[in-house]
Ligand binder design. Structure first.
Ligand code: IVH
Length: 706
């Protein structure tokens, strides 16, 4: 998989190649970290991100001299490991043995009786309740107050996620009632309702972020967020069903303790029964299985537990599972139906996803008409053809899967499916790229018509006005959505004709609901303030694949003006053998993959058109050439503490302009630390490494700005 391949050729790298890659990977990882941690809007999958890090680590391991103090493998890697503190469970969190067949359940009951030296006819009560498909959690309440929450981890030691768990609505901060134990670990499952999961995925997709495969993953991903605010925004829920330490125990049966949980204000699943009759337990299993589709959350079986706690005590554990409990799993529900068509959906980031349109069929109580086919390789691998009879499976997941086809039932005229190479939403080319980090062909085919594709327009507009692009204040996502729906904004040039069109319009902006004269004026002013932009921001704003801020800056430095850039890109797009394309791929930080993405963008006439339109309304400032020699050229500078005469971004831009390199942390390679009030650890690091420390005024003097 991606992770393995990402390191495949590291052994063959020359030092120069390794150096260039380390730089590029470090920059990209930093950018993805920022998107993930600060904007909660990751652009790439976790697997691709991990592959990128692994590649960087592998290269650094081979060439340790290339590892700098700023490397994300040093910085974020450590932070990620220490993301959550560790909690040693006072009683281990173990798992359950599984059973699928009725005979296995009968054998479990018989085994319990044998172990307790009871006759086969003896009456032993069991509880039966749904097995919730989420992630287990242990909540420690001391004197009824929630003091700590930990994930299961390896069963002995988990991660401390207290702040995040506190954001879950149905986890009480304080237990209520008179018989609250001095200390108790309440254990149960954190999960996400199917509806909430679908809504979250839709929102993630809209924000261009990663989506989750199922509610369980979504719950786990949401709980393990560094920022509890993100967890708080995710609709997680909790069910309590067991305990670790409990001093004193509130009852002497499993059922009784769960009743106490309920009295204390903890959520306990309603579908729990107690019975000594195996037929009744199995009937309950069937009832739960029938209700499964209507529960609103995923379950994957029924759990039976010996009711009497003294029996549980005697039965104890075998390896990592209790002898007193059993998970009776549901078998996946399968059905057959006809594949009537394959529809290609275009996501907000341009990804083409094939969706199977099915002859409606009921699978486990739910009518299924659509199923995901994931991507084109999957269709090919399974050789799924329109008209085929397909086998569907709902394994408790919300989205059914297509397991395969029934070849004997294939209509004679069914032809292998040809995945479109044009975007169904806008007609632009849809391409599969080589992932620059793994060197592998991406599974996803993407539309290249970003700026004109209706499926992507809102997302592109949002990017265009975002902080590091045109930075137009007051043009947030909601307003873009509204303006887009009302046909006021379709593509970036429209932003700059908005005021003029508004003046001639009968339905003035200031007359819109929620708007007034001032707010309309403010928006126009904000737009007008950006009629002049630097070339790097302009390029970044176009939203070309793989062109982040750093790449945009390298491109901007390489061309004299926006016009020069455009004509060179047109030439590069026309002919890969052209000098223009060769030049493009020689720019520092840009290889053939990124270069191809840029060329592909400009090969689309619509995109060129948008750029040309834009240039009619705005002025693009070329970047000043990097000074050949300045007092700080070639020096590595770190800014720390508050700056009083300029913003951090300005200081950075100015330093880079003068040929200095601005780093985020201090190492022995740092030449100058510019420290302002409030400087902390970086100042100490500077002293440790004997790095020169100056203040802001001295810095300005040195660079000749005073
Ligand atoms: S009782 C000693 N009850 O299933 C373990 N577990 O496969 C006692 N689970 O780790 C666990 N619903 O995460 C129990 N009603 C339920 C459950 C349940 C889901 C999970 C739990 C456990 C896993 C074992």
């Amino acid at each position: 998989m991606a992770q393995k391949d990402s390191t495949a050729d590291v052994a063959k790298l020359t030092k120069a190649q390794a150096k260039a890659q380390v730089r590029r990977l470090a920059e990209e990882i930093a950018e993805h970290d920022r998107l993930y941690y600060q904007e909660d809007a990751p652009l790439i999958s976790d697997a691709d991100y991990d592959a990128m890090r692994l590649r960087l680590e592998t290269i650094e391991a081979r060439f340790p001299e290339l590892r700098s103090a700023e490397s994300p493998t040093v910085k974020v890697g450590a932070a990620a490991l220490e993301k959550f503190g560790k909690v040693r469970h006072r009683v281990p969190m173990l798992s359950l043995s599984n059973a699928f067949a009725v005979e296995e359940v009968e054998e479990f009951i018989a085994r319990v009786k044998r172990f307790l030296k009871l006759s086969a006819e003896a009456s032993v009560e069991f509880t039966a309740e749904p097995k919730i498909d989420g992630l287990s959690i242990s909540l420690r309440y001391d004197d009824g107050v929630l003091v700590e929450a930990a994930t299961r981890g390896d069963g002995f030691e988990g991660e401390k996620v207290t702040a995040n768990v506190r954001t879950i609505d149905n986890v009480p901060e304080r237990l209520k009632g008179r018989d609250i134990p001095e200390t108790i670990d309440i254990r149960g499952e954190i999960y996400m309702q199917q509806e909430d999961f679908l809504r979250l995925n839709a929102a993630q997709e809209k924000a261009g972020g990663r989506t989750f495969a199922n509610p369980r993953n979504a719950a786990a991903g949401s709980l393990r967020q560094l920022d509890p605010k993100i967890t708080a925004a995710r609709p997680l829920k909790f069910y309590a069903y067991t305990w670790g330490v409990a001093k004193p125990l509130p009852a002497d049966t499993q059922y009784g303790v769960c009743q106490a949980f309920r009295r204390w204000g903890l959520p306990v699943n309603e579908l729990m029964i107690v019975s000594a009759d195996v037929a009744q337990l199995l009937a309950h299993y069937q009832k739960i299985e029938q209700e499964r589709a209507r529960l609103g959350f995923d379950i994957d079986g029924v759990v039976y537990k010996v009711n009497r706690l003294d029996y549980q005590e005697r039965l104890g554990f075998i390896s990592r599972a209790p002898r007193w409990g059993l998970a009776h799993k549901f078998t996946a529900i399968k059905a057959m139906t006809i594949l009537e068509g394959i529809e290609i959906q275009v996501g907000r980031t341009g990804a083409l996803t094939p969706v199977a349109r099915l002859k409606p069929v009921t699978v486990g109580g739910v009518v299924v008409q659509n199923a995901t086919l994931h991507n084109e390789d999957e269709i090919q691998r399974k050789d799924v053809r329109i008209g085929d009879t397909v086998i569907l499976q709902r394994a408790g997941d919300v989205i059914p899967q297509i397991l395969g086809v029934v070849p004997e039932q294939r209509p004679a005229k069914a032809r292998p499916y040809r995945f479109p190479d044009k975007c169904p939403a806008c007609g632009s080319h849809a391409v599969r790229e080589i992932n620059p980090n793994t060197g592998k062909l991406d599974a996803v085919r993407r539309c290249t018509g970003g700026l004109i594709c209706p499926a992507q327009r809102v997302e592109r507009l949002r990017h265009f006005v975002s902080r590091h692009a045109f930075d137009i204040e007051g043009l947030g996502e909601k307003i873009i959505q509204e303006f887009f729906a009302d046909d006021l904004l379709q593509s970036p040039p429209d932003i700059f004709t908005l005021e003029e069109r508004d003046r001639k319009s009968v339905k003035r902006l200031m007359a819109r609901e929620g708007w007034g004269e001032t707010s309309a004026r403010n928006l126009f002013n904000a737009i007008n303030a950006r009629r002049t932009v630097p070339l790097d921001r302009f390029i970044y704003a176009l939203g070309i694949r793989h062109v982040g801020e750093t790449t945009a800056r390298s491109l901007a430095r390489a061309y004299d003006s926006a016009k020069d850039f455009l004509s060179q890109m047109k030439a590069a797009a026309k002919e890969r053998e052209s000098q223009a394309f060769q030049l493009l791929t020689k720019i520092e930080g840009i290889g053939t993959i990124v270069g191809s993405a840029v060329a592909e963008f400009f090969a689309e006439e619509h995109n060129v058109d948008v750029v040309e339109q834009l240039l009619k309304h705005i002025e693009v400032r070329p970047l000043e050439r990097v000074a050949a020699s300045s007092p700080v050229s070639g020096k590595t500078v770190v800014f720390t503490g508050a700056l009083e005469q300029m913003t951090r971004d300005e200081a950075k831009a100015m330093a880079e302009q003068l040929g200095a390199k601005v780093a985020g942390s201090v190492s022995k390679k740092t030449d100058i630390v510019v420290a302002g009030p409030g400087a902390g650890s970086k100042l100490k690091d500077a002293q440790k490494h004997g790095v020169e420390v100056i203040d802001e005024t001295e810095w300005l003097t040195r660079i000749g700005r005073t």
